[in-house]
Ligand binder design. Structure first.
Ligand code: NAD
Length: 261
C-alpha cells in the first residue's frame, strides 16, 4: 500500500531520532532520499547503517545521500532542495522534521531561548516548506510535504513555554499551506507524536528524576507506553505516499491516545 519506489525525498534532522528512522524507512520503501542535518557525524552513521542493512524481505532498495544543512539558513535549505532536484530529477516528498526540544517554563525561558527555538522549529520549518513547495510547484505530479509537529503543537502542556508554541507553527503551516497549494497537487500534512523513545529521551533514564518522569509520561499515553521512532516514521511514510492521496491539511496524532483523553 505504501510504495515510495523511485520517489525523490528529503528529510531534515535525519541524523538521529524520528528523522533517522524516517530516512531509513523511506529508503527501505524504495525512495531516493536526501538526508540533511547540522550533525555531520550523525549523518555519517546514518550512511553506514543504511549501507549495512540486511536484505530484509520487503526492502525495496532505495538510496540515501547526506548533506550538512542548517534549516535556519535560507541558502542551506535552498541547496538541500537543489540537491534532491539535481540528483534525482525532481522532488516528490519533503519531511520537515529538524527541531530542538528544550523543556522550560515561562520563568526559565529567556528572550534568547525563545529566539533559538523559534529559529529552528519555527523558521526552519517555514523555510523547508517554502523551498520544497516552490520546487514541487512546477512539477506535473505535484508533491507531498510532511511536517513533524507534536502533541505540544495541538494542546497545552506545562514546561513548554517556547517549544510548545513553536510546534503550533508546524501545525499551522500544515493547515494554511495545505489550503493554499491543494489546487497545484501539493498535499501538506503533519504528524503530532507523543513522547517517543529517541536516544535523547532514553538518556533521561540516567538523569535525576528522569525515570519517574518517563514513567509518568508512559502512563499518560493510554496505550501505556512511549512510542518508538519507527512508529512515527510509518505514519510519515503513509502521509507521504499515494496511499494518502485524498488527505491534506491533517495533523495526525501518533500518540498512543494521549490527545484523546
Ligand atoms: P533528535 O534530537 O533526536 O533529532 C533532531 C535532529 O535535528 C538532530 O539530528 C539535530 O542535529 C537536528 N537539528 C537540530 N537543529 C538543526 C538545524 N538547525 N538544522 C538541521 N538539523 C537540525 O530529536 P527527535 O526527538 O527525533 O525530534 C525530531 C522532531 O520530532 C522534532 O521536530 C521534535 O519537535 C519532534 N517531536 C519529538 C518528540 C519526542 O518525544 N522525541 C515528540 C514530539 C515531536
Amino acid at each position: 500500500l505504501v510504495d515510495l519506489r523511485g520517489r525523490s525525498c528529503l528529510v531534515t534532522g535525519a541524523a538521529s531520532g524520528i528523522g533517522r528512522a524516517t530516512a531509513e524507512l523511506l529508503v527501505r520503501l524504495g525512495a531516493q532520499v536526501v538526508a540533511a542535518d547540522v550533525d555531520a557525524d550523525g549523518l555519517a552513521r546514518l550512511t553506514a547503517r543504511t549501507a549495512m542493512r540486511e536484505d530484509a524481505p520487503g526492502d525495496a532498495g532505495g538510496e540515501v545521500v547526506t548533506l550538512v544543512c542548517d534549516v535556519t539558513v535560507p541558502e542551506d535549505v535552498r541547496r538541500m532542495v537543489d540537491q534532491a532536484v539535481t540528483r534525482f530529477g525532481r522532488l516528490d516528498v519533503a519531511v520537515a522534521n529538524a527541531g530542538i526540544l528544550p523543556l522550560s517554563d515561562l520563568a526559565e525561558t529567556s528572550p534568547e531561548d525563545w529566539d533559538k527555538v523559534m529559529a529552528v522549529d519555527g523558521k526552519g520549518m517555514f523555510l523547508t516548506c517554502k523551498y520544497a513547495i516552490e520546487a514541487m510547484a512546477g512539477q506535473p505530479r505535484g508533491g507531498a510535504v510532511v511536517c513533524v509537529s507534536s502533541i505540544s503543537g495541538l494542546a497545552g502542556q506545562a514546561r513548554q513555554a517556547a517549544y510548545g508554541p513553536a510546534k503550533f507553527v508546524a501545525s499551522g503551516l500544515t493547515m494554511h499551506l495545505a489550503v493554499e497549494w491543494a489546487d497545484r497537487g501539493i498535499r501538506v500534512n503533519a504528524v503530532a507524536p507523543g513522547t517517543i523513545t529517541t536516544e535523547r529521551v532514553q538518556a533521561l533514564q540516567d538523569e535525576p528524576g528522569g525515570p519517574e518522569y518517563l514513567d509518568v509520561m508512559a502512563r499518560s499515553h493510554p496505550l501505556g507506553r512511549l512510542g518508538e521512532p519507527e512508529e512515527v516514521a510509518r505514519a510519515i511514510a503513509f502521509l507521504a505516499s499515494d496511499a494518502a492521496s485524498f488527505i491534506t491539511g491533517v495533523v495526525l496524532p501518533v500518540d498512543g491516545g494521549y490527545l484523546a483523553r
